[in-house]
Design a protein around this ligand. Structure first.
Ligand code: ADP
Length: 654
């Protein structure tokens, strides 16, 4: 049955017959009523609806089936096209389309179908305005899907390419690698941005040329690089070269260049390559070389013994110093005769094994002392330091210092201390006896003595006193050095202690017409000290103040408490001490020459011993002085709380 709607001017029967065979939808609709005058059967095939449904539902049905995203555009385009067609009256009506659109419309089964529709004027009303429009619609779903797929694919591809390029860029940047291409025929040179950076150029503004590139090569490497390029162009073989370049700022950089020329008809036409910055590698190589030289110099020097041993303890290399030390020769070494076992006394085996374990664990061992057995059987005391050589199968370098002299010195010192101690003891007994005898004589126990005899005895007594003081000093120091100084500390009233010392020495100061006094505002402070020792220390410093000050001058003792410390200052107006001698003051047997030193005599042991005792109390001693103006000794020792109970403690100097 032909499908006829509102009647158009041309009879549609013929049209119907013709267009029912067309695979697309052909329809005619009235633009005023919105009703279809005609619809061919293909609409069933394309959209799943009977033509009758459209003839009944009209444009309203069509509009309801159009995809919401396409509808507004179709409405607009239709309105505009009709308005335009109404204004003109071309003689192409029925042929040239006045509108053309692609849009989606819902199939009766619910899926979207893409249509390409072209509308042309079918007929016009008497006033010339468009009355009916002929629409021809072709399904383009497959094409649209293919287009969509293509679009998706190309987007994906684009993203992929972009990502790939970004990754490549990043990789190049990270590896500090640049790429280049050189058109041999035209001479055109193209550098990647990374390549520009490698030569200190700005990829955004600088433009590279072959001449510029040659100019940027380090003068010493220019010819070499050019020769290599010429050769590579000739042979087509890949090349690799390390060379330097000079940046526009004048700095020098190392480049590793690689490249290859490509041939066309046996002729080179193009060359491509990469470049990489190798500054770091070169710096490491240089440092390595320097350390190798340093090591070799050290190895060859005859200052220090060095040997290399394998993990089994076999000495595989050694310098002459070490070989001489143990009495072996290079030949012995080459014949593998030097093993740890043969040159080490057995009692050091355990220590050596411990050190070997330490080297494995930490790569090095803290220095240790041991002895080596000389080929002639004697023992040589040594100090060793050892490190593992990285990335080897347990190789290790040991540095050997001969400490024979130091040991001999220590032994000598010990013998000297023992001698002083012994001699002092031996001397003290007869000197004390002499003192007693002089005392008996002075007391006139064996009869009266005349003035002259008494004067002689007084001199003898004083000499004997001095001798005893010297012996006492020697004994004190000998005991200290032998580690036999035992402190017995008690909480002590420092003000009372100082007052006692001043009182005891008062007569001596008086004899020199010197005044001595303690600050009147001295606080009552306590310290945990060995009273007898500290009495001697402070007594010595106060005595020195008087000894090294001319008669008639003043000596001041100041006691105070500052930040938990008892501070005692002994200030004199004496001969003073030159700053350059401060360092010697507290050394053993160190007497410093001054205008009074010969007259007053002494051993140079007092301050040495005093400082050691003060140190032992956790305190300190300092000196401030100016030649001919006077000296101040400042002693600080930790204070104890005033109300604390009597504290007793013992410290032994070791
Ligand atoms: P001694 O007094 O027995 O020489 P000390 O160890 O007590 O030994 O002193 C070492 C040296 O320090 C003295 O020889 C002296 O030159 C110098 N000295 C010590 N106290 C004073 C002082 N108050 N003024 C100047 N010189 C001093």
């Amino acid at each position: 049955m032909p499908t006829i709607g509102t009647k158009p001017k041309i009879p549609l029967v013929n049209l119907q017959h013709l267009v029912d065979r067309v695979p697309g939808i052909v329809s005619v609709y009235n633009v005023h009523s919105g009703r279809y005058a005609f619809m061919n059967k293909s609409v069933k095939k394309v959209l799943g609806y009977d033509p009758a449904e459209f003839l009944q539902g009209g444009m309203e049905l069509t509009a309801s089936l159009i995809h919401p995203d396409d509808k507004a555009l179709i409405d607009l385009k239709t309105r505009q096209s009709l308005e335009a067609a109404n204004k003109t009256r071309p003689d192409t009506d029925g042929q040239a389309p006045i509108m053309s659109y692609e849009y989606r419309i819902r199939h009766a089964e619910g899926r979207w179908v893409w249509l390409h529709t072209e509308g042309s004027v079918y007929d016009r009303a008497a006033d010339g305005t468009v009355d009916h429009v002929l629409n021809v619609c072709v399904e383009i779903t497959k094409r649209k899907e293919a287009e969509e797929k293509l679009r998706a694919l190309s987007t994906e591809l684009e993203a992929g390419i972009k990502q790939h390029a970004e990754r490549l860029h990043l990789a190049l940047e990270a590896s500090k690698m640049g790429t280049w291409e050189w058109n041999i025929e035209t001479g055109e040179l193209i550098w990647s941005p990374e390549m520009m950076v490698l030569y200190g150029l700005d990829p955004a503004t600088d433009i590279i040329s072959y001449e510029m590139f040659i100019g940027a090569l380090h003068p010493s490497d220019r010819q070499k690089k050019q020769d290599i390029l010429t050769d590579a162009v000739k042979t087509g073989e890949p090349y690799q070269v390390e060379h330097r370049c000079v940046w526009p700022d004048g700095s020098m950089h190392w480049i590793l260049g690689q490249g290859q020329a490509y041939m066309k008809d046996g002729k080179p036409y193009r060359m491509v390559g990469t470049a990489m910055n190798i500054d770091e590698r070169k710096a490491t190589e240089a440092a390595l070389q320097a350390s190798q030289i340093a090591y070799e110099t050290l190895y060859d020097s005859n200052v220090i013994g060095i040997f290399t041993r394998d993990k089994k303890g076999k000495i595989i290399a050694a310098n002459d110093t070490f070989l001489n030390l143990i009495g072996y020769t290079k030949q012995d070494l080459q014949q593998g005769k030097i093993e740890q076992g043969t040159i080490t006394p057995p009692e050091y085996d355990e220590l050596d094994a411990r050190k070997a374990r330490e080297i494995i664990r930490k790569g090095e061992a803290t220095p240790w002392e041991k002895e080596y057995l000389h080929k002639n059987g004697t023992r040589i005391p040594v100090l060793l330091g050892s490190v593992a050589i990285p990335n080897t199968d347990g190789l290790c370098i040991t540095i050997v210092t001969d400490v024979t002299e130091r040991e001999q010195l220590a032994a000598l010192n010990k013998a000297k201390d023992e001698f002083i101690s012994l001699a002092s003891h031996q001397l003290r007994t007869p000197a004390t006896a002499v003192k007693q005898y002089i005392g008996i004589l002075t007391e006139q126990y064996f009869g009266d003595l005349n003035e002259q005899q008494l004067m002689t005895l007084k001199s003898a007594y004083e000499s004997n006193e001095r001798q005893l003081t010297i012996i006492d000093d020697l004994l004190k120091v000998a005991r200290l050095d032998a580690g036999r100084l035992h402190l017995s500390c008690r909480r002590t009233d420092m003000k009372a202690l100082l007052n006692n010392i001043i009182r005891e020495q008062h007569m001596r100061f008086k004899a020199r017409r010197q005044s001595i006094a303690m600050n009147t505002d001295a606080p009552k402070v306590f310290a945990n000290i060995d009273r007898d020792r500290m009495y001697m220390v402070l007594g010595n410093i106060i005595d020195n103040a008087g000894k090294y000050t001319r008669p008639g001058k003043k000596i001041e003792v100041r006691l105070s408490k500052k930040r938990g410390l008892v501070q005692i200052e002994v200030e004199d107006q004496g001969v003073g001490i030159d700053k350059k001698d401060f360092g010697k003051l507290f050394q053993k047997f160190s007497r410093i020459d001054n205008p009074l030193s010969t007259a007053v005599g002494g051993t140079g042991l007092g301050l040495y011993w005093s400082k050691r005792v003060i140190d032992l109390h956790g305190g300190s001693i300092e000196v401030r002085s100016k030649v001919n103006a006077g000296t101040t000794f400042i002693i600080k020792i930790p204070a104890t709380k005033n109300k604390a109970r009597d504290m007793r403690s013992a410290i032994t100097l070791k």
